[in-house]
Design a protein around this ligand. Structure first.
Ligand SMILES: *[C@@H]1O[C@H](CO)[C@@H](O)[C@H](O)[C@H]1NC(C)=O
Ligand SMILES: *[C@@H]1O[C@H](CO)[C@@H](O)[C@H](O)[C@H]1NC(C)=O
Ligand SMILES: *[C@@H]1O[C@H](CO)[C@@H](O)[C@H](O)[C@H]1NC(C)=O
Ligand SMILES: *[C@@H]1O[C@H](CO)[C@@H](O)[C@H](O)[C@H]1NC(C)=O
Ligand SMILES: *[C@@H]1O[C@H](CO)[C@@H](O)[C@H](O)[C@H]1NC(C)=O
Ligand SMILES: *[C@@H]1O[C@H](CO)[C@@H](O)[C@H](O)[C@H]1NC(C)=O
Ligand SMILES: *[C@@H]1O[C@H](CO)[C@@H](O)[C@H](O)[C@H]1NC(C)=O
Length: 360
């Protein structure tokens, strides 16, 4: 009797241990939410409750997630926050056991490697936050190869990106919100293939290093009627090349912060709102003057050089030239003497008479 009850208790305990997968060490669990925040963890807690829907593992020191970070399948896990972990590597298969992951926050990390096969092929991811998260812009190559058909929102703000790789958006057909604020972009060429970014609604390009926009980009924006763009906080260069942008700003409602755009240079229009600058003030003349000036200087130098060479030739040939001069002088003298002689003959009256008489 005693033995039997002991057995049941043991079995009960075993069953509990297998089914419950209780709250991991250093974590707080409420029905479907697990929080393991600021605990100095170096890896994802291995045995998470199977019904976990939201997981917060922020402010730890998880340098890497790989295909063994989530060893069991978590069907319910929909949102995961991994912000502030000094994370460097997101490796192949990292999220393969999270088939229903919809929202992923990887902000405030230092990611160097982001494997294109980190997500499963049929990933349902919709929101991805990579704000202040990429250590190296080459990490963006992830997007060139990745396929995230359901991704609608991508936050890439506060990264030092400079420019975006070609074909970056071709695997993101559903993207509607793209945040590129404060990402050191020196140019934005939205679309290399016309199929990309067709669903885009919100584009934040504030606080970058843009001086102008390519004409093709504005045409492209114009084709996406529902697109709204933010462009303030860029150092617009208000010379003749920006007149297309100004015309577009005046004629389009797509740039929601058009009034906040200001010129960074040239000097004459510095800090002026771009919309208040007249087309006639958008000059490239100063540049042209510069070009002309340099070409005049160049012409002058060439002429001077030719002059110097000419003088040098003269100097080196001075003996020959002297001889030549003498020759000419002698030739002239002979010639002149010949004339002189004939003149004297003609002007002698006696000879003149003689000739007249002889005629008679
Ligand atoms: C996966 O990452 C963990 C740390 O998150 C590490 O301890 C483990 O060695 C890695 N596994 C492989 C196969 O690299
Ligand atoms: C991650 O990238 C660094 C350089 O960026 C490289 O040295 C390292 O081998 C990479 N690690 C993995 C696991 O691919
Ligand atoms: C991304 O993360 C940053 C910092 O954690 C946060 O400020 C920002 O609002 C997040 N972006 C989105 C779209 O939720
Ligand atoms: C970025 O990563 C690439 C390859 O991973 C490496 O060659 C390059 O030096 C890195 N650049 C910086 C600024 O870290
Ligand atoms: C995800 O994308 C697939 C293929 O584009 C589509 O069939 C499915 O309805 C999408 N799911 C959601 C939740 O948007
Ligand atoms: C802009 O991004 C850089 C990283 O590229 C970051 O250090 C800086 O704090 C960001 N500025 C703001 C106002 O967030
Ligand atoms: C102004 O916009 C309208 C449509 O919004 C377009 O038909 C027209 O050609 C545009 N004019 C110029 C000068 O771009």
């Amino acid at each position: 009797m005693k033995c039997a009850s002991g057995m049941t208790r043991l079995l009960l305990l075993l069953a509990l241990a297998l089914s419950c997968r209780c709250c991991p060490d250093k974590c707080l669990c409420t029905s479907e939410t697990v929080k393991c925040q600021n605990q100095g963890l170096v890896k994802i807690p291995p045995s998470l409750p199977a019904k976990t829907k939201s997981l917060f593992v922020t402010g730890n020191r998880i340098a890497e997630i790989n295909d063994s970070s989530f060893p069991t399948r978590l069907e319910n896990l929909a949102e995961m926050y991994l912000s502030g972990n000094e994370m460097e590597d997101v490796l192949a298969g990292a999220f393969k056991n999270l088939p229903n992951l919809v929202q992923l926050d990887l902000s405030n990390n230092i990611i160097q490697n982001f494997s294109e096969s980190a997500f499963p092929d049929d990933s349902k991811l919709q929101f991805l936050n990579l704000s202040r998260s990429l250590n190296n812009y080459t990490t963006l190559d992830f997007f060139v190869h990745a396929n995230l058909p359901n991704l609608t929102s991508l936050d890439l703000s506060n990264n030092d990106l400079l420019f975006l790789p070609d074909g970056m958006f071709k695997g993101l057909p559903s993207l509607t919100t793209l945040n590129l604020r404060n990402s050191s972009l020196i140019m934005f060429q939205s679309v290399d293939e016309n199929e990309a970014l067709l669903a885009l609604r919100h584009l934040d390009l504030r606080d970058n290093h843009l001086k102008n926009l390519p004409a093709a980009t504005m045409v492209d924006f114009g084709l996406r009627l529902d697109l709204r763009v933010q462009l303030a906080g860029n150092p617009w260069r208000c010379n003749c090349f920006i007149s297309d942008l100004l015309a577009w700003l005046k004629n389009s409602t797509q740039v929601v912060d058009a009034r906040e755009l200001t010129c960074a240079d040239p000097e004459a229009v510095r800090d002026r709102p771009l919309l208040q600058v007249q087309q006639s003030q958008l000059k490239c003349s100063s540049d042209m003057e510069g070009v002309l000036e340099t070409s005049y200087v160049f012409l002058g130098l060439v002429l001077a050089l030719i002059g110097v060479i000419f003088l040098l030739v003269l100097y080196l040939n001075r003996k020959g030239i002297k001889r030549w001069m003498y020759n000419i002088r002698d030739a002239c003298r002979d010639h002149m003497e010949g004339y002189h002689y004939r003149y004297e003959i003609n002007s002698d009256p006696r000879l003149a008479n003689l000739s007249i008489n002889s005629d008679v």
